[in-house]
Design a protein around this ligand. Structure first.
Ligand code: BJW
Ligand code: ZN
Length: 249
């Protein structure tokens, strides 16, 4: 249930920043990381999601990413992704920031997406830095090698202990600092520095709303926690703005 206060704030908002996490893609069938059915229940992040693990066992790491790439190829964006793509058209200054690597926001039609943790559909060579050709990659069994120099190719995602793309994070921080409303959707908000963005927004005076199936580490300081599915709540929020737009037109 969306409060009268939030409806009013949404209608007044001229700038909005949205941070998404794995929960928004869960309804499409992409597993989350934490929680009872999360990826980290079956797989160990220290064996799969850091650079040392990749150097130690690139076969294992690539097996895991190839499996996830195939899974993502076979799912569709959900109602939450579609709602955010529509929101981008309604709010004058709108910034979508995602921790997800699954490309589903873009596939749903979002034009500008700040990807904090990279994108599983891209890969690059750790020796010469050149981007890998995805077609070549998809034809390769096992560990892909660079077509230019023979170096090891890795997925273009951000692992633990690695820096986030500097310009992308700066832009996200700026948007958090300047927005009227900050929405935090489907993230456990435990992985930094992404998890600091809602606090940045709050300190700068934004109205911070979280959309999640359960309470999280940030629930104690947000202005509102909307507990439920992203695919149900986000279309409701967009509906409020659509109504407003139709009234004006
Ligand atoms: C729904 C729903 C539905 C479900 N509707 N909701 C100690 C303290 C503080 C920080 C650190 C520390 N030790 C180390 C650090 C730094 C570390 C960190 O934060 N670690 C913490 C875990 C402790 N961070 C880093 O290392 C980052 N880099 C960095 O800090 O650089 C500086 C540095 C350099 C050198 C040394 C130290 C620091 C990089 C972080 C990279 C994260 N990478 C991953 C993997 C990406 C690639 C891949 O996909 O394979 O990113 S980890 C994984 O977690 C992935 C996600 O983007 C990220 C966040 O997860 P997310 O999206 O929140 O998912 P879940 O599963 O956690 O939550 C899902 C939520 O959805 C739940 O709340 C559900 O309830 C909800 N939900 N269905 C609505 N339908
Ligand atoms: Zn190379």
């Amino acid at each position: 249930m969306v409060s009268h206060r939030l409806k009013h704030i949404l209608r007044q908002a001229s700038s909005m920043c949205v941070l998404t996490g794995a929960g928004i893609s869960a309804e499409s069938g992409v597993p989350t990381f934490r929680g009872k059915d999360g990826l980290w229940k079956k797989f160990k992040p220290e064996e799969l999601a850091n650079f040392d693990a990749f150097i130690r066992n690139p076969e294992l790491v690539w097996e895991w990413y190839s499996y996830r790439k195939r899974l993502i190829d076979n799912v569709r964006p959900g109602a939450g992704h579609t709602a955010l793509a529509e929101l981008e058209r309604f709010v004058p200054r709108f910034t979508l920031v995602t921790q997800n690597v699954d490309n589903l926001h873009q596939r749903a039609g979002s034009k500008r997406v700040l990807e904090l943790h990279g994108n599983i559909e891209r890969s690059y060579c750790i020796a010469c830095g050149s981007d890998a050709n995805e077609e070549h990659l998809n034809r390769t069994e096992g560990v892909p090698r660079c077509e230019r120099c023979g170096g090891l190719v890795r997925p273009a995602v951000v692992w633990f202990g690695e820096l986030l793309p500097h310009d992308v994070f700066n832009e996200a921080e700026e948007a958090a600092r300047w927005c009227d409303v900050f929405l935090c959707v489907g993230t456990s908000a435990v992985v930094y520095p992404a998890a600091a963005l809602p606090a940045t927004a709050k300190h700068a005076g934004a109205y911070v709303v979280e959309v999640n199936m359960e309470r999280t580490d940030i629930s104690h300081y947000v202005d509102e926690s909307l507990i439920g599915l992203a695919g149900t709540i986000l279309p409701e929020l967009v509906g409020i703005l659509r109504e407003e737009k139709e009234k004006i037109a």
